[in-house]
Design a protein. Structure first.
Length: 728
């Protein structure tokens, strides 16, 4: 019986030309010779208690044994050990820079994990049946090396076997030579053909190469499955891919992608695939949050080198300065990955203290409309195939791609959104529609902003608005700017320099109830986004500096969300700066100055509403892209508002005179809606169609709520009727 007989044929075949089993056969022959030599001088080899006690005769034999400094008996095969030329064992030796002796020591430690007979044989040779793994002394003996010779240094902590995580030294409390050797399960699995991620890295590391499956391209080795993986020749919106891929093979292989509104993570993954490497993405914040990141860092470094992978690390801005353990974890990871290609990304600049060498910096800009369109077409085509969407329903209409122009997604979010849209289309047994895409994109919005602002899913459209033509034009311009900002501000660089962002900011000014909030909701619906209303109670804080911190959290979250940020009653925080007379004035001015700077670098879409435009600082006005005035509606607009607020569902009495209401009652749209709701309740109570009496009663209630005088010139004969019914 030989070692190779214990290996399933399919496993051996999976390793290709690997000579792992043949080399383990050599280890078996050495063990056989060692056992035979031991039995030759053993006075009682059949003693069932052997290994559990030491007889005087055995002690005498130990004292008479050859000097430990003399060469060990040659149990190995003839000739010096060699590094395997191919297969997984050869790849492992090359990636970890193993010497021939390292390979032999690794095989000695690996044998019990592949053939259980070695457990008992090693127990016999260790003279301790409870110790079924090789000790350092036994491993050196089987490799024909003296215990005190230079071979022991191949098992030192800094040696390739131990430092690389291929061999573990157990029983640290024992003397060095009696310490055991153990090969981690992940190494054994790799040599047997398994390329799944180490289980200890679950939740922290993801194989991004599993998501990249373009067709019809030249092939590279995909380490995840050990089969050819297509190489993307042309980047979908990432022109920097060839440069980053080339930088990985120079020097330390360290690259830093500085996020300037693009998709650095997607660029990093494509660059690694182009370089023929398996991309492993690491969430640095999750790694830093673990109680003991050091073992995970070593495991990740071993995994990357084991499968010929590159590491994608980020986002760096999640490393908070007040939590230095994050920076320490990053520095430890960079040190452990020495020589392994590493791409870090984020909006935060690289700290030179993290590594002994500085990375190659690459700025990542937005892909532009054409690049984004290519990404969407590819993602939708891949998603349609993945979910089984019929070819006839596969999205190919350019108008569908145009519906995504206002969205800003990274490659992972875009892939997920395309998958959700395709699944929605499959459920409806129809092609993908713009509404499917909008729903799928909104599903990618994180919950961070929702904890700081109230989310509103738009439920109104342009037909629900009654506004003057000039105001409508301004709203249309806001939607236009939001849809084409990447092309104008990014590709054409119409807002260069100064750290300026690519955000769009609008101001809606007008009396209360004139439709400012509803207009923001309509614009959000036009863009297929959600509306996030900032609650001032969660922003303003009496403690110095806390208001700015709250606003910063909102701005940061809003930059990563496909939504519109609405600051209602914005004059409360965007007010004018004043002359400094006391500390309170000074801190109020600091708050305004912070907002001025933050609006310059904002990358999202924000709408400010105010009833008192004169209270806003002029410096804010200069930074606003669109200003829409919301005047009080005239008689014609009030008539349209009355009709739309009452709606078609409520039954109306023939005597209902909405023209009289529009002519006489000068109310804003919000007040008209309140009157319509109050009148509807009265009609529901009466069980009859809505009458003029009920509408006038509702208007009287609204007048009293607003503190307005009730004049006979406005109400006419209806006022006398109300008085006759009880003075209401």
């Amino acid at each position: 019986m030989t070692v190779t007989q214990g290996a399933p044929a399919e496993v051996v075949g999976a390793t290709g030309p690997d000579d792992l089993w043949e080399r383990l056969g050599r280890v078996e022959r050495r063990v056989r010779l060692a056992v035979a030599a031991r039995r030759a001088v053993d006075p009682d080899p059949d003693d069932p208690y052997r290994g559990q006690y030491l007889t005087p005769q055995a002690a005498e034999r130990i004292l008479e044994a050859p000097d430990a400094f003399a060469p060990a008996p040659a149990y190995g095969d003839a000739g010096a050990p060699t590094v395997p030329a191919g297969g997984r064992l050869g790849q492992l030796a090359a990636r970890f820079a193993l010497a021939p002796l390292d390979v032999e020591l690794l095989l000695v430690g690996l044998a019990p994990d592949l053939d259980h007979r070695f457990e008992r044989l090693y127990g016999y040779l260790n003279d301790d049946l409870t110790r079924r793994r090789p000790t350092i002394a036994l491993a050196l003996e089987l490799c024909a090396l003296p215990a005190a010779g230079p071979g022991r240094f191949r098992l030192a902590p800094a040696a390739p076997l131990v430092a690389g995580g291929l061999l573990e030294i157990v029983d640290p409390e024992r003397p060095l030579l009696s310490r055991g050797l153990r090969v981690p399960d992940r190494i054994t699995s790799y040599l047997l053909g398994d390329d799944e991620l180490d289980a200890r890295l679950r939740g922290l590391v993801r194989d991004a190469g599993a998501d990249q499956e373009p067709d019809g391209q030249p092939e590279v080795l995909d380490g995840r499955r050990g089969v050819p993986h297509p190489r993307p020749e042309v980047s979908d919106g990432h022109p920097e891919v060839p440069r980053v891929a080339a930088a990985l093979s120079t020097g330390s292989g360290l690259v830093h992608l500085l996020d300037r509104g693009g998709d650095p993570r997607g660029l990093a993954v494509e660059a690694l695939l182009t370089a023929g490497l398996r991309p492993l993405t690491v969430d640095i914040a999750a790694l830093a949050a673990t109680t003991e990141p050091a073992p995970l860092v070593r495991t990740l470094a071993t995994e990357a080198r084991l499968t010929g992978a590159g590491v994608v690390l980020g986002p760096l801005e999640t490393l908070a300065p007040e939590r230095p353990e994050g920076s320490r974890a990053l520095a430890a990871l960079c040190a452990a990955l020495d020589g392994t290609p590493l791409i870090a990304y984020g909006k935060k600049n690289w700290d030179p203290l993290w590594t002994t060498e500085s990375p190659v910096p690459v700025a990542v800009l937005p892909p532009g409309p054409e690049g984004a369109a290519r990404q969407w077409r590819r993602a939708l085509a891949d998603a349609a195939r993945a979910v089984g969407l019929p070819a006839a329903d596969a999205p190919a209409d350019d108008r569908l791609i145009e519906a995504t122009a206002s969205y800003r997604l990274d490659s992972d979010q875009l892939r997920k959104a395309a998958t959700v849209a395709s699944r929605l289309a499959l459920l409806g047994r129809r092609p993908v529609t713009p509404d499917d895409l909008r729903t799928a994109v909104r599903a990618q919005n994180g919950a961070g902003l929702e904890r700081l602002a109230r989310r509103i899913e738009p439920g109104v459209g342009w037909d629900d608005l009654v506004l003057p033509p000039a105001t409508r034009t301004q709203l249309t311009e806001l939607a236009l700017r939001a849809r084409h900002r990447e092309q104008v501000l990014g590709q054409w660089r119409m807002r260069p320099g100064g750290g300026r962002g690519r955000g769009v900011i609008a101001l809606f000014a007008g009396e209360s109830g004139t439709g400012k909030t509803m207009s923001a909701e309509v614009v959000a619906a036009e863009l297929g986004m959600e509306l996030y209303v900032v609650d001032l109670s969660t922003v303003v804080d009496k403690y110095v500096g806390e208001t700015e911190k709250n606003l910063e959290r909102i701005f940061v979250e809003a930059s990563d969300v496909n939504g519109i940020l609405l600051f209602d009653e914005a004059d409360a925080i965007f007010g004018k700066r004043s002359q400094v007379k006391d500390a309170q004035d000074k801190h109020a001015n600091v708050e305004s100055a912070y907002l001025l700077q933050r609006m310059e670098s904002f990358d999202g879409i924000a709408v400010l509403t105010t009833n008192l435009r004169a209270n806003l600082d002029e410096a804010f006005t200069r930074r606003i892209d669109v200003i829409a005035e919301f005047p009080m509606p005239d008689a014609r607009e009030r008539l349209a508002l009355w009709d739309r607020c009452l709606g078609p569902a409520i039954p109306r009495d023939d005597g209902l005179d909405l023209e009289f209401c529009a002519d006489r009652f000068e109310l804003a749209g919000g007040s008209i809606r309140a009157c319509a709701v109050s009148a509807a309740y009265l009609a529901a109570e009466s069980g009859k169609p809505l009458t003029m009496d009920q509408v006038v009663t509702a208007v009287l209630q609204e007048y009293r709520k607003l503190g307005r005088l009730v004049l006979e010139s406005e109400f006419g004969p209806w006022l006398e009727k109300e008085r006759g019914r009880g003075g209401r």
